[in-house]
Ligand binder design. Structure first.
Ligand SMILES: [Zn+2]
Ligand SMILES: [Zn+2]
Length: 67
């Protein structure tokens, strides 16, 4: 799953976006998307990048007191 449909300002409509070759250190988690319609617009999908981090939360273990 490396492509998605999003709104492109340049194309003024919904276009198919795909991941460009990552030159940074993102790897499979690269948040950059390039429009396949105009080939120029790049979108930074920060929402997809932050979601897993927000979901990760350490739960404090419930302390139970024996009567
Ligand atoms: Zn990248
Ligand atoms: Zn476009």
């Amino acid at each position: 799953m490396s492509d998605r449909e999003l709104y492109c300002d340049t194309c003024e409509g919904v276009q198919l976006f795909e991941m460009p070759p990552c030159v940074d250190d993102h790897g499979a988690d690269c948040p950059e998307l390039v429009c396949t319609g105009c080939g120029a617009a790049v979108l930074i999908a920060t929402f997809a990048f932050h979601a897993p981090r927000l979901a990760r939360r350490s739960r404090p273990s419930a302390h139970r007191r024996a009567a």
